[in-house]
Ligand binder design. Structure first.
Ligand code: SF4
Ligand code: SF4
Length: 500
């Protein structure tokens, strides 16, 4: 059925890291309603949404509170019922402790919903109607990237394959595993909605082979011939979009292209469930499942929590111990450290790590062991790129395909010298962008100058030509006038002669 399926785990690259904090029973524990929620207006891929409520307004759960016309933005909804108490800058989940404009709602404790109605007979709706509905329901990629879901369907190329990324390959995160076990029906129906919208011939749900319960749950409830549930080897980076496409379909997506350019659309499995909620139940995205884990909590598990509730609100449910902690948002490999737990849960918050504060190992010189080269899932030579990145020779680093680095940190993990290779690569990419943008600016300024010179020269030539033309016309006119005058004089002379 598939264009080409691979079978060897080694072809995936990457590294095997078991969940360091496994739990016996993967659950979804509903978090209590928070006292307040803080909802950022800044969108991951687009502009800041504009608030359509003001301080003092009463709002219902699911009510639109901010909107924008930006094609990459989605509507923002109240995640609890209550009163808008502030629209101001608040600390948002970001490594730098950045502040951004947010709407704060104080709960009335009632959780009263707006009226909502879904499209249960979605097959009678056109794909565009459903895409608009998904946008209005605030659905974005819940896997961590936050890419607006509707934007993947505004494509030019027809889609032949839909891939549902259920790999959840980052060690420690288990929210998608729990979602598939508890919402298998919703996931399968969500895939059917996406098949209708995309017009794809087939859908592949890709799931790592250590998620046996989730796999069985999906398999039991899938009765659609177009949907295939495929187990892939448990290995970190198996879920990276381009690698997954290569593994499942043997289609290579070049560095400067997207999956949609090759007729493939990828959606995260939790996003697929959010699409079911939006389309079938008419419910906007107002909550998500978050894993809270790490050696600093006594009960790691998954919690279903309202968007905008604080990290502290659900970390408390996992019972942190009394040791000093470091907090991290996202996976232990690709996540980022955060300075405080008084920041709101966002659509992309899939995991919170609470770990005991540990001393960082000291960085040593590269011993050229080559281990980093062996684990790179995209076949780069991190050791080589490191030398150029360190020397800020970004052109050379680009010659070694720095731009294909997915910043997965596999090379960091195996490096016996504890060199933060990915940090160097991330810095080198930014530096190269800056340099090329700087060069671009210089090129544009030069082009502008050259064009101005050309324009001035052309004006001068045109002016000279015009003057010459006018002079010629004047000369011609004077010659014509003289001929005319001569003719008149001759005629007058003839008349005078005749009179005599
Ligand atoms: S070079 Fe980039 S893609 Fe390769 S292992 Fe290192 S971080 Fe990952
Ligand atoms: S793993 Fe570290 S020490 Fe070994 S070659 Fe790569 S950068 Fe050098």
């Amino acid at each position: 059925m598939f264009k080409k399926l691979r079978s060897s785990a080694s072809q995936l690259g990457g590294i095997v890291i078991a969940n360091p904090y496994p739990v016996d029973n993967v659950e979804i524990i509903p978090a209590p309603l928070p006292d307040k929620v803080v909802l950022p207006l800044q969108q991951r891929m687009g502009d800041e949404a504009i608030a359509c409520v003001k301080v003092g307004d009463k709002v219902l759960t699911g009510q639109v509170i901010a909107q924008t016309q930006d094609a990459f933005c989605v509507s923002i909804h109240a995640s609890i019922s209550g009163t808008v108490v502030a629209i101001d800058a608040q600390t948002i989940p970001h490594q730098s402790g950045l502040k951004s404009k947010c709407i704060t709602i104080k709960s009335d404790g009632k959780d009263e919903w707006i009226e909502h109605k879904g499209h249960a007979d979605f097959l009678y709706d056109s794909p565009q109607v459903l895409v608009d509905y998904i946008q209005q329901s605030g659905v974005v990629g819940l896997g961590g990237a936050g890419f607006p879901t509707h934007a993947k369907f505004n494509k030019i190329k027809p889609c032949h394959t839909l891939i549902i990324n259920a790999t959840e390959c980052e060690p420690g995160i288990m929210c998608d595993d729990a979602l598939m076990q508890h919402y298998a029906h919703e996931v399968i129906r969500g895939v059917e909605i996406l098949l209708h919208i995309s017009g794809a011939n087939q859908a592949i749900i890709a799931i790592e082979n250590d998620k046996q319960k989730a796999y069985q749950s999906l398999l039991t409830l899938n009765h659609n011939d177009k949907i295939n549930i495929v187990k892939i080897p448990t290995k970190y980076t198996s879920g990276a979009e381009k690698l997954l496409i290569k593994f499942l379909l043997d289609i290579e997506i070049p560095a400067n292209k997207f999956a949609v350019d090759e007729g493939v659309i990828c959606q995260n499995v939790a996003t697929t469930k959010a699409i079911f909620d939006a389309v079938i139940d008419g419910k906007p995205l107002i909550s998500r499942i978050v894993t809270v884990t790490g050696d600093g909590v006594t009960q790691p598990n998954n919690f279903e929590v309202r968007l905008g509730a604080s990290f502290a609100h659900i970390v408390a449910l996992a019972q942190p111990d009394n040791h000093p902690h470091d907090s991290r948002m996202g996976g232990m490999m690709m996540g980022v450290d955060v300075k405080t737990l008084e920041i709101p849960i966002c659509k992309v918050t899939n995991c919170i790590f609470i770990n005991h504060t540990k001393a960082k190992p000291s960085i040593q010189e590269c011993i050229r062991c080559g281990q980093c080269n062996q684990v790179c899932p995209v076949g780069l030579l991190p050791q080589q790129i490191y030398w150029y990145a360190k020397g800020e020779n970004t052109d050379k680093a680009m010659d070694y395909n720095l731009d294909s680095c997915i910043e997965c940190r596999c090379c960091d993990v195996v490096c016996p010298s504890h060199i933060p290779l990915t940090q160097y690569f991330s810095f080198a990419k930014a530096l190269h962008r800056q340099k090329t943008q700087g060069q671009k600016k210089v090129d544009i300024a030069r082009e502008r100058f050259e064009f101005r010179e050309y324009r001035l020269e052309r004006n001068k030539t045109e002016r000279a030509e015009m003057m010459a033309r006018k002079k010629e016309e004047l000369k011609q006119k004077m010659a014509d006038d003289k001929v005319q005058k001569d003719k008149i004089a001759q005629a007058m002379a003839r008349v005078g002669k005749n009179k005599k």
